[in-house]
Design a protein. Structure first.
Length: 490
């Protein structure tokens, strides 16, 4: 077998992988980079809403936990990089083949607090304004009736709204095309299909693809929700935090007036904030559902489509009932076992990981890409340290648990209650029924969290995996990882 020697292998062709390859190759023309992986399929990037949100992603939980605040700092730092990063990519893309004339970039986001919500949404809406004031970012009270393109049903109407003038947005599909055109313009980038990655006895890495085999002293695994199987095949004893999936469904619709800004609700588990994003061609992106899964899924579920359409027509714009649905998007967001990113070097020399970004991958891609490129291109023998706050999310860290199990279970129960409110569930108004529903959620979470191994507390986004049929498998996955971590670090 003929093997071509290169300098860096980037495994995973989603927005993070493409951005890392671009940052490496454009920074150092002498560095030969292979970018391997399918550019479509059910990866998260092609289905993304591409809200470049820092404040819009803030939740009450994020303000109350150390790592939640670090995630906010990461998002704010990424937002600062976007204007220069976008111009850098677009300049390289030029007018080459596949370069879109527009990428749908704009600024402005309306966050609405509507009638089909819960105290959880109230707290996160307040947290957005608090974080904006703390970091000196724009946040203005807005009249919901003045939001362009916002026509909810009366029962779902917004009670309050705020406007975030600095929050950006993109058309994700157009942005990926721009990245592809920029990569094609770099002669030191080789595109290859997906293939297995192996560690060689010499310390190098071998990538075997249908287009050829490549060897390099350094490899970056940015394979999204497919990261863990790839790493397990390379080294089953590697103590990297496992990456799972949250399957998401979204739609593109046409036939309505173009939107000037994003409209969204606050973030929470199993919904990731209902949102509509203007697209480069004047259409609207409507998203998105969030279903946690142990492994990636390939198609949207009927229930996800129903929930999304019901929420969008009621809370965003009832005129969507006559809109033409031109695309159904389905993707698998990479979420780690503890809910936080997995970014940085591993114990194997030359092997790096960039995954587990969940909802933040596209927005954080300029920061992640430039940080990894600088570390990988550092002179030999120098420390390859990532900047804060990325250092908190090292791939082999102990599992993060900012809340004790009892509080984490209560938080997960609150997210379920919010979903119940959005679905307009009405318990019988006799006796203690309303309270009994909340108590039932709490009991369910308490039992599910108690069944997890010592040392693992699921984040709210993964709570359903703990109490559904997948509960034993989740516990087994966590126990296996904890065992690997103890064996490696003691």
């Amino acid at each position: 077998m003929s093997v071509q020697g290169v300098d860096v292998l980037v495994v995973g062709a989603g927005v993070v992988g493409r951005s890392v390859a671009f940052a490496l190759a454009s920074a150092e023309p002498a560095v030969r980079v292979v970018l391997a992986g399918a550019s479509g399929g059910a990866a998260a990037s092609g289905a993304a809403g591409a809200m470049l949100g820092a404040l819009g992603e803030v939740t009450d939980l994020a303000t109350r936990t150390r790592h939640g605040r670090l995630r906010t700092e990461l998002a704010l730092a990424a937002a600062v990089r976007w204007p220069a990063w976008r111009e850098h990519v677009r300049a390289r893309a030029g007018k080459g083949a596949g370069a879109p004339p527009m990428d749908g970039y704009g600024t402005g986001t309306f966050v609405i607090l509507n009638a089909v919500s819960s105290p959880l949404d109230d707290a996160s809406f307040t947290a957005i304004a608090q974080v904006a004031a703390e970091y000196g970012r724009g946040c203005q009270e807005a009249d919901p009736s003045d939001i362009p393109g916002h026509r909810p049903l009366d029962n779902d109407r917004a009670l309050r709204a705020c406007y975030l003038p600095e929050e950006g947005f993109l058309d994700a599909r157009a942005w990926l095309a721009a990245l592809d055109a920029a990569l094609a313009a770099l002669p030191n980038v080789i595109r290859a299909p997906a293939g297995p990655l192996a560690a060689l006895p010499t310390g190098a890495y071998l990538l075997d693809t249908p287009a050829g085999a490549f060897r390099a002293p350094r490899a970056v695994v940015a394979a999204g929700a497919w990261t863990t199987p790839l790493l397990d095949a390379l080294d089953p004893d590697l103590p990297v935090v496992p990456v799972l999936s949250t399957a998401g469904t979204a739609l593109t619709v046409t036939g309505l007036q173009p939107l000037p800004a994003v409209i969204r609700t606050p973030n929470r588990a199993y919904a990731c904030g209902l949102h509509t994003v203007p697209q480069a061609d004047g259409s609207r992106y409507i998203g998105a559902t969030a279903q946690p899964c142990l492994t990636p899924t390939s198609h949207p579920a009927a229930g996800a489509l129903r929930s999304l359409l019901d929420a969008a027509l009621g809370q965003l714009d009832h005129h969507l009932a006559t809109a033409a649905v031109t695309h159904t998007h389905h993707g698998n967001r990479p979420i780690s076992l503890d809910g936080h990113p997995v970014i940085g070097p591993t114990p194997k020399d030359g092997l790096w990981v960039a995954s587990g970004t969940h909802r933040d991958g596209l927005h954080a891609s300029p920061l992640i890409a430039t940080a990894l490129a600088e570390a990988l291109l550092a002179p030999e023998g120098t420390a390859a340290a990532l900047p804060d706050p990325l250092t908190a999310f090292a791939p082999t860290r102990p599992l993060i648990a900012d809340l004790p199990a009892k509080e984490a279970a209560a938080e997960a129960a609150a997210h379920h209650a919010a979903l119940t409110a959005e679905a307009r569930t009405r318990p019988p108004l006799t006796g203690a029924w309303p309270r009994m529903l909340a108590d039932a959620y709490q009991d369910l979470m308490n039992h599910a969290y108690a069944a997890m191994p010592d040392g693992y507390i699921p984040p709210p986004d993964l709570a359903p995996l703990a109490y559904e049929e997948s509960g034993p498998a989740l516990a087994e996955l966590a126990a296996a990882h904890l065992g690997r971590h103890r064996a490696h670090f003691g």
